[in-house]
Design a binder for this molecule. Structure first.
Ligand code: NDP
Ligand code: KPL
Length: 339
């Protein structure tokens, strides 16, 4: 049976590790936990899902570090991990996540699965682990850890999976296919892509504007839409602004060769939020702001602004919300430094 290690046991990681535990058994899943270590060690995890059902409980192995996780399986018949699933936020840290997962990555054997939003996040893993399959994924899965080890999920579940880079060798392509099969065996939806970057850009249409705007306004998506409906006095409307930012992201995607990230896809993505019931979805960056935590400003917005600059695509609105979101995120770290 394959073995999987979860690094980042939070809103997204906990439900996907539940899916993996259904496919390979909870004893073959290990979760590295930080703030929810005590709770997870005592009671395991619980997922409440509008799609999969409430009170879904499971108890994988729990470790404080990847080194401890490796130690726990050292005397087993298969003493290595087939998958290291990274579902921590894509934030700069010291030491970096690429290094923290090191003890659990066996050269040529372990697939590193990036369960993270954003664009341009894979390079550091591909550089550090050139012999390992890097599986880049895009999750449509609105979820929030509501108390330690307990996650609430609503509305939609779909995982898009592909190798990084798209031109990876055949063995890496096989690893991506096997991972998709596991997710499906666990009862969730997954789609394999030859080039998953197109899906990353398609999702960035959503996260690029919604995550920072919801964080900056402390509003869920539908709440922000309702904050300013089209108005005869000044003609401004909140949803129209989001659409304009999405069009900037789409222009960058097209400059990278993804021609079908177009106005039609923008309208599809914008409609998903428009038809939601109040209060709407809480993007992960809003969850961070409400907890006073750093936000993925670079992974989700800054990298797109940088790529736009390289390609000569003007993105004035995206640049503005990037600088504001980055400033807000930095303020949380500043607050933590004793004066
Ligand atoms: N939430 C959502 O609805 C969705 C999120 N995403 C993306 O998924 C990724 C994960 O987001 P999300 O699940 O919301 O984030 P969360 O903050 O809910 O979870 C991240 C987890 O990673 C843990 N972690 C971070 N650093 C370390 C470390 N050094 N050692 C051990 N554990 C660590 C955190 O622990 P601690 O609690 O101690 O900080 C936390 O449990 C992000 O890229 C996000 O953009 C994508 C789609 C939907
Ligand atoms: C917007 C959402 C919830 C979509 O799944 C997401 O990706 C996030 O919270 O970062």
């Amino acid at each position: 049976m394959p073995r999987a290690l979860l690094f980042g046991a939070g809103s997204l990681g906990v439900p996907y590790a539940w899916v993996l535990s259904r496919a390979i058994g909870e004893s073959n899943v290990t979760a590295v936990c930080r703030s929810n270590f005590d709770e997870a060690s005592r009671n395991g995890f619980t997922v409440h899902s509008k799609l999969w059902g409430n009170d879904l409980k499971y108890k994988p192995r729990i470790a404080k570090t990847t080194a401890e996780a490796v130690q726990q399986i050292a005397s087993d018949a298969q003493p290595f991990f087939d998958y290291v699933v990274v579902a921590a936020k894509a934030l700069p840290s010291y030491p970096p996540i690429t290094e923290l997962i090191g003890p659990a990555v066996t050269a040529g054997k372990t697939s590193i699965v990036l369960l993270q939003n954003g664009i341009g996040i894979e390079d550091e893993y591909a550089e550090r682990y050139p012999e390992n399959p890097i599986l880049s994924t895009v999750a449509y899965f609105p979820a929030t850890q509501v108390s330690p080890g307990v996650v609430q999920h609503r509305e939609i579940e779909m995982l898009h999976v592909g190798t990084y880079p798209a031109s990876a060798p055949a063995a890496h392509k096989d690893a991506a296919r096997n991972f998709v099969d596991l997710i499906k065996q666990g009862g969730a939806s997954a789609t394999l892509h030859d080039d998953v970057q197109r899906e990353r850009w398609g999702k960035l249409l959503v996260n690029g504007p919604w995550n920072p705007v919801c964080a900056l306004t402390r509003s869920r998506d539908r709440q922000f839409i309702d904050s300013k409906k089209p108005d005869h006095r000044n003609g401004e409307d909140a949803l129209g602004f989001i659409r304009d930012v999405m069009l900037e992201v789409a222009a960058v995607a097209r400059a990278c060769g993804y021609e079908d990230v177009d106005e039609k896809l923008v309208d599809f993505q914008i409609n998903r939020a428009r038809v939601r019931d109040l209060p709407g979805v809480q993007p992960s960056m809003l969850a961070d702001v409400l907890e006073g935590r750093s936000m993925e400003a670079d992974a989700i917005v800054g990298n797109a602004v940088r790529i736009a600059k390289e390609k000569g695509v003007p993105v004035p609105m995206l640049r503005t919300i990037y600088l504001l979101a980055n400033g807000l995120s930095e303020s949380f770290s500043r607050d933590k430094v004793p004066s």
